[in-house]
Design a protein around this ligand. Sequence first.
Ligand code: E4P
Length: 214
Amino acid sequence: MKIFLDTANLKQIKEAVSWGIVDGVTTNPTLVSKENMKFEDLIKKICKVVPGPVSVESVSTKAKDIIQEARGLAKLADNIAVKIPIGLEGLKATKVLASEGIQINTTLIFSSNQALLAAKAGTAFVSPFIGRLDDISQEGMVVIDEIVAIFNNYGFETEIIVASVRHPLHVVEAALTGADIATIPFSVLEKMIKHPLTDIGIEKFLKDWSKVKR
Ligand code: E4P
């Protein structure tokens, strides 16, 4: 499973990239609003650091405006994927942009039917938001299971990004579904590395090593 980092924070991105396990980054208007940098400068900097696609969200609402905005965003760097929220206007724009070779990440997906339509329009990625479904007492991971099965049934090449990940168990569950990618906040990525038994084990081994005659 590929791991994307779900943040627009350059420091976090540089740190996680240095661990050697980051395959891409996803941003959204909320994440970008937290950074104190001019939007285009920030995105260009992120794109230079990340060895894979960097998703940047379009904020237009009409197909012709989305198309124009997405073409501009795609010019910022070679590894840009343009996020477009699912919807009729977004779908129409996706069809046009995908035929131009621009990578689209269809975002704000909450049902497998939305993912199916986005895949048919030629999107490169779909981003189902599992945490936000869990928040309203609907099992987000069920939607991932459905999308994985549907895409396998018909051989869609669209990659599934498990998004709105809130804790390490979400990542385990995402990996078990066979989804292509999980986009993970930095804080969750840090938690994935840790286990108290590992810390206890290292402490004991170091203590015992100090008793070894060398
Ligand atoms: C994904 O692309 C989104 O940026 C993100 O996962 C949304 O997560 P949230 O529901 O925690 O805001």
